[in-house]
Design a protein around this ligand. Structure first.
Ligand SMILES: [Fe+2]
Ligand SMILES: [Fe+2]
Length: 306
């Protein structure tokens, strides 16, 4: 964590960039209405016709991915809380936090409407798990404004892929269009956060690199507090919706390239070490992906014994 005086100086230095990126975000985004994406004509009364698994139209792993993504979005109060706590004294970030929260809010509303109308989720499990998750809350221990920018840039890109791949694998036009629309929002969020990090690199490259290494060494997605996280995230990983390979190839590698980490100069020795760590990270994730894939292939070949 950098000293508070440096943190304040850094936030002041990037404030014009934050304002510019907010203006670009407003100009770029198309406001969309979730009610236009939902197949309302499929809706039936749950009291007269209770939910049953046989009503589901999507594959189990896709339903799990959509449920995991929705529950993650449901924890929005905690994400807003963290932004407000970390950036409360930065006027431009207060503007951003409002825009971001309003946009994120629609994601859970839209996915919930889709899943309930299409009956691709057990509505009781969805509500019980939402209650548990929000009661548990979320705390990722990040307090430093720089660390939170680094974390959120990575998380938004990861979330974009998780949403997009869920829709793509759904093999259902409505689910695909909805998730593509949500993924586009996440991409705009990613562009904002990664753009601010890029500007931070211009001001304090060593400090930013050290933050990147610290944050990425323990990186975890915000949904980890949900019930059955391990089982659900494993199912999503096996389906190729989000796993170590996606993280290496579609998140870390583009980020390293976008931030031009290999071209930074005048770094402290500690920052050089942090850069080495970051440059090696996609390879480490790929190694984990390969051993995961090898285990899956081995299991698939095993004869089933009765
Ligand atoms: Fe979202
Ligand atoms: Fe987002």
């Amino acid at each position: 964590m950098i000293p508070r005086s440096e943190s304040v100086a850094l936030m002041n230095a990037v404030s014009p960039t934050i304002k510019r990126l907010i203006a670009e975000h407003r100009a770029r985004r198309e406001h969309w209405y979730f009610h236009e994406f939902i197949p309302w004509e499929q809706g039936r009364n749950y009291v007269d016709e209770p939910w049953d698994k046989s009503q589901c139209t999507l594959r189990p792993e896709v339903r799990t991915a959509l449920l995991l993504n929705l529950l993650t979005e449901d924890n929005l109060p905690y994400y807003y809380g963290q932004l407000a706590t970390t950036y409360g004294e930065t006027e431009s970030m207060n503007d951003w936090s409002g825009i971001w929260t309003a946009e994120e809010g629609q994601h859970a509303i839209a996915m919930r409407a889709y899943l309930l109308v299409s009956r691709n989720v057990d509505p009781r499990i969805l509500e019980d798990d939402r209650m548990t998750m929000v009661e548990r809350g979320w705390n990722n221990d990040i307090q430093d404004p720089l660390d939170l920018f680094v974390y959120t840039a990575t998380q938004e890109l990861a979330t974009r892929l998780s949403h997009f791949n869920s829709g793509k694998q759904a093999d259902d036009e409505i689910a695909y269009e909805l998730m593509k629309r949500i993924a586009a929002d996440e991409n705009h969020h990613f562009m904002f956060y990664s753009g601010v990090v890029a500007e931070m690199l211009n001001h304090m490259p060593s400090e930013v690199l050290i933050s990147m290494a610290k944050v990425n060494a323990i990186f975890a997605m915000p949904g980890t507090t949900m019930p059955q996280w391990t089982r659900r995230s494993l199912e999503v990983a096996k389906a190729g919706i989000y796993n170590h390979r996606v993280h290496a190839e579609k998140v870390l590698t583009p980020l390293l390239r976008q931030w031009k980490l290999d071209q930074l100069t005048d770094l402290t020795p500690e920052a050089e070490q942090a850069r080495d760590f970051m440059m090696a990270l996609p390879g480490q994730y790929l190694e984990m992906a390969e051993s995961f894939e090898a285990r899956l292939a081995k299991r698939a070949k095993k004869p089933v014994t009765v």
